[in-house]
Design a protein around this ligand. Structure first.
Ligand code: SAM
Length: 267
């Protein structure tokens, strides 16, 4: 499998797998449904597989690209350069709030798979500034984002995604749609931040701490995995059976524990 596409040699360290299947590209752009006047931002535009068709539908588009050569190509793009605000930065460190004035952001991208989970957490922290997001990810990560309690892939990413957004898989994508082809299946997920959070929290970091601690030892009962945060007696007062495992707890139940932990420890 050639690693060179449109004169650019794919860089593994930047998670570069370029889309070239026109049918898949069309399905993704249809799912995003960009309209003139919207505040659109693409993460990892690469060689422009999504950037070009989206730019053809709108007047202006922000793009965040870490690879210096690709950012340069976009700044010099023969047809769409005037529509692009090319931000040559690491999306993991980028302040997405800096792009919002009046309009919330519509964020999309075929993301570098090697940083997709930390990037999701980074973007969640800007959810109040975001109207919606459409991301191509490894299918397994999409399943994690959409998993509910009881599902085998339910974990910290699922609980935190549920807190911030409604997540729905919208397009399935085979490895053959990319150059070079990744080893795994992919899918596009739509994430729409909630207008009002589904649970009331004293602190988001307390929920992250509680969920992270419970899933770090996911095979143990929460009596054991959460013993440094909450006692069995306190779990009983919250009406949560200490014999249960993290995978069976809903967002509502995790929030109840997290609020208790916050009140007891200030965390
Ligand atoms: N959008 C293009 C496409 O669909 O063909 C490229 C997708 S490729 C999977 C991921 C893109 O993200 C590459 O262009 C890569 O250089 C860029 N990238 C990798 N790490 C990044 C980061 N930390 N911040 C911004 N862009 C990044």
């Amino acid at each position: 499998m050639s690693k060179t596409h449109l004169g650019h040699t794919a860089r593994k360290r930047f998670g570069q797998n370029f889309l070239f299947d026109e049918y898949v590209i069309d399905q993704i752009v249809t799912a995003i449904a960009p309209k003139p006047g919207q505040n659109l931002v693409e993460i990892g535009p690469g060689l422009g597989a999504l950037t070009e068709p989206v730019a053809n539908l709108v007047e202006h588009l922000h793009v965040v690209e870490l690879d210096r050569d690709l950012a340069k190509r976009l700044r010099e793009h023969p047809f769409i350069q005037d529509k692009l605000n090319v931000i040559e930065q690491d999306a993991l460190k980028f302040d997405f709030a800096s792009l919002t004035q009046n309009d919330k952001l519509r964020v999309f991208g075929n993301l570098p798979y090697n940083i997709s989970t930390p990037l999701m957490f980074h973007l969640f922290s800007f959810s109040e500034h975001i109207q919606d997001m459409h991301f191509m990810l490894q299918l397994e990560v999409v399943k994690r984002l959409c998993a509910v309690d009881g599902d085998s892939l339910y974990g910290k990413l699922s609980v935190m995604a549920q807190y911030y957004c409604a997540a729905t898989p919208v397009v399935m994508v085979p490895p053959s749609a990319f150059k070079p082809a990744p080893k795994v299946d992919s899918a596009v997920v739509q994430l729409i931040p909630h207008a009002t959070p589904p649970v009331e929290l004293h602190s988001v970091s307390s929920l992250e701490l509680t969920v992270g601690t419970a899933f770090n030892q996911r095979r143990k009962t929460i009596r054991n995995s959460l013993k440094n945060l909450i006692s069995e007696a306190s779990l009983n007062t919250l009406d949560i059976d200490a014999e249960r495992r993290a995978q069976t707890l809903s967002l509502v139940e995790f929030a109840r524990i997290a609020n208790y932990v916050y009140e007891a420890n200030g965390e």
